[in-house]
Design a protein around this ligand. Structure first.
Ligand SMILES: [Zn+2]
Ligand SMILES: [Zn+2]
Length: 723
């Protein structure tokens, strides 16, 4: 192999074919002589005409070595003169054929050019002009030219004719209508007309940004949308391609006005009217609406505007902001006859990153069905697609935990619930979070008997009401909390065990207690049975065994009243009975439980109900009068809703019984001692009750009234938590 007599260094960023042609030009020899001198196969029967400038796409290692040896230019420099460094990042190269994949990452054939750069360099071509992502010259502030103005061909689609001596700066395409052995066009490309763009406008900025990324194509792009780790450049550009195609297919000129000046938009519109005039590009699908979805735009103005619009979305501060930034575009898509729902939105533009998918979904949040918002967890801008989450049903009571039902149930101004059985509907909604299961299946799994229609109606109410803006958000947090931390109670097992049962407590035991507690209006044992059923299963009383389920409206009302009028000693007996039943079944779970979310995650959420913890048990007990009292009056005193007071009284029964029935006479004397035992000696409430010969309820109440912080119920140190 001989060394070339002339050694000319390539220009910075120059393409390999450009430099090869320049060498031939300097040597005044046909192009084929240079190829031979560089050790490159001159005639390759495997490659039929037209011969492609294939070394510029991909040069084999031995070819690079041969060129390096012949010219003294290091292989590392030569590699950078090909598209190889961009393979998998900004183009996808078909290795066997040494061509770029036209349908992936906006791969394209031929090269755009900056006439001013050609003029300055004496006709040297930049390798990046071959990328679908190059649309402007950031030195001369013009859009790149797409075609030779004289012959209309895209330059450099084919290799330079081998028998001819290259003339840098002149069009090497065949002149039109010159037969089988055509003359060259030889138009001076430096004179091609171009469109100027503002040096600091969005188009120049976008091109500069892309140039920066292309300097190190294998480095992750750390834009906030893609999270702390960023995303590979290929992923970002794939997203840009999807958005860019949507822009070209659906945006109107008015939409694009902020992005580009009038002359650029005119050029874009001319291209959109007649996008594929002389190339052989054919879309696999001829539906008009999709015609920009597959190939790189053959026009630099179209590319510039599409990429600038796309990057504007992808550079948003987070998924929510990206969703807002892209909303105008998805609105346009939705305005076509095509339905847009979360499942198919990404099918429009091919595969996109989970972050962009979430942003696209988010942009449709106000339009998509409420149940889809739960399934796709849009309120938290989730990037996780829905999946089978039915296992969560075991961790959900049939009626959402009372504290959460209170907080999440919408009510009319008079305090009446907007939906009957809202607690059961909300539990179904919580199961639907991130889930693919049908609403009907979800209702079966939580053990309720509400209809799918009831669920949908409540969800629609929730998304319509101003005071419920964030209920879906809270349900998603609850579901995610269960999925992450689990629940210490297997509600499914409890439902299976205790729903068929009609008898939980010996009525005689109940009557005996009543004779000591109340003079008249003693509540029936059926209420006690319902109460235990409800505590054990988390299901509402009307789903209990027919023998004990309240049947009439008045029975239901009486039972509700029983729940908040229950006396501490009664609740203690019923809890103890329930606990014993669990022990008999060797169920090592707390009697009751409810998930606790960190206050900061709820702080800014708009929810219809009060935070139950806003009023402490001590405040409740101090405010509750002895004897008969009205819940409405108590709510007024405590400055909250009646639903809140009813919840509090059911959770922390108050001893409102007249003095002759009170069991708390001695508490005033003993409270200091009990407090010491509880706080300093860590005795349990039961331990203290046993020492004093009194009841746990008495001790508990006395401590509560004196503002002692009680350890959480169901807190059993030493008991292993169920997995
Ligand atoms: Zn230039
Ligand atoms: Zn030409």
């Amino acid at each position: 192999m001989r060394t070339l007599p002339l050694r000319y260094a390539p220009h910075p960023g120059e393409a390999l074919d450009s430099w090869q042609e320049f060498l031939a030009h300097k040597l005044h020899c046909p192009f084929t002589d240079v190829l031979r001198a560089l050790g490159l196969p001159n005639r390759d029967p495997a490659l039929a005409a037209p011969v492609l400038p294939r070394w510029t796409t991909l040069a084999a290692r031995e070819e690079l070595a041969a060129i390096a040896q012949a010219t003294g230019v290091p292989e590392t420099v030569l590699t950078k003169m090909t598209l190889q460094p961009f393979d998998g990042h900004a183009v996808v190269i078909l290795t066997e054929r040494r061509q770029v994949h036209r349908q992936l990452l906006w791969g394209r054939s031929g090269s755009r050019f900056c006439p001013a750069c050609l003029e300055e360099s004496g006709g040297r071509w930049q390798v990046t002009w071959r990328l679908g992502w190059s649309f402007a010259c950031t030195r001369h502030h013009v859009l790149l030219a797409d075609r030779c103005p004289a012959c209309g061909h895209i330059p450099r689609l084919r290799a330079h004719p081998r028998g001819e001596t290259p003339r840098p700066g002149l069009c090497a395409s065949a002149a039109p209508g010159t037969g089988p052995r055509p003359r060259r066009c030889h138009h001076r490309l430096a004179a091609a007309p171009v469109t100027a763009i503002a040096p600091d406008g969005p188009l120049s900025q976008t091109q500069r940004l892309i140039e920066t990324l292309l300097v190190a194509p294998d480095r992750a792009v750390c834009w906030p949308l893609y999270g702390p780790a960023g995303a590979p450049l290929g992923v970002v550009l794939r997203d840009a391609k999807c958005l860019g195609a949507l822009v070209l297919n659906h945006a109107t000129s008015t939409d694009l006005q902020p992005m580009a000046p009038a002359d650029v938009l005119d050029q874009l519109e001319r291209y959109r009217t007649d996008p594929l005039p002389t190339t052989s590009q054919r879309t696999p699908d001829t539906r008009r609406v999709d015609r920009h979805s597959y190939f790189a735009p053959a026009d630099s103005a179209a590319t510039a505007v599409a990429v600038a619009a796309a990057i504007r979305v992808l550079q948003a501060a987070d998924i929510h902001a990206a969703g807002s930034a892209v909303q105008w575009l998805t609105d346009r898509v939705a305005a076509t006859r095509r339905q847009l729902h979360p499942g198919n939105i990404v099918g429009l533009g091919g595969t996109v990153s989970p972050a962009l998918e979430a942003a696209l979904r988010n942009s449709r949040e106000a339009q998509i069905m409420p149940v889809a918002r739960l399934r796709h967890r849009t309120a938290i801008h989730s990037t996780r697609p829905p999946a089978d989450q039915d296992v969560r049903a075991r961790m959900l009571p049939t009626a959402l935990w009372p504290a959460w039902a209170l907080r999440l149930s919408p009510r009319h101004p008079d305090g009446k619930p907007v939906a009957r059985r809202a607690d059961e509907l909300l539990a179904v909604a919580c199961l639907l979070v991130g889930n693919t299961t049908s609403i009907a299946a979800a209702t079966r799994l939580t053990g309720t008997t509400v209809s799918s229609h009831n669920v949908s109606t409540l969800l629609a109410d929730l998304t319509r009401r101003d005071d419920c803006t964030d209920v879906l958000h809270a349900l998603i947090l609850l579901a995610d909390h269960l999925d992450t931390h689990g629940a210490p109670i297997d509600y499914h097992r409890r439902r299976t065990l205790f729903t068929p049962r009609a008898h939980f407590l010996d009525p005689q035991v109940w009557r005996t207690l009543q004779s000591r507690l109340r003079s008249n209006h003693t509540p029936g044992a059926a209420h006690a049975q319902r109460w235990i059923f409800q505590v054990l299963t988390g299901s509402p009383a009307h789903l209990a065994h027919p023998d004990i389920a309240p049947t009439s409206a008045s029975q239901r009302q009486q039972y509700q009243r029983f729940r908040w009028r229950i006396l501490p000693a009664e609740a203690e007996l019923l809890r103890h009975t329930a606990r014993t039943l669990l022990d008999e079944h060797k169920i090592n779970e707390p009697l009751q439980w409810a998930p606790c979310l960190p206050a900061r995650s709820l702080r800014h959420l708009v929810l219809p109900g009060p935070d139950p913890a806003r009023i402490t048990a001590a405040q409740l007990h101090r405010a509750t009068p002895v004897g008969d009292f009205s819940v409405a009056q108590l709510a007024h005193t405590l400055k909250t809703t009646t639903a809140h007071v009813i919840y509090l009284l059911a959770e922390d029964p108050v001893d409102w019984s007249p003095p002759q029935f009170r069991r708390t006479q001695q508490t005033a004397r003993r409270i200091k001692q009990w407090r010491t035992w509880y706080e300093h000696d860590h005795l349990s409430l039961q331990d203290i009750a046993d020492r004093e010969g009194t009841t746990l309820a008495t001790v508990r109440l006395a401590l509560l009234k004196n503002d002692v912080q009680l350890r959480p119920a169901g807190f059993y140190p030493g008991r292993p938590r169920r997995k």
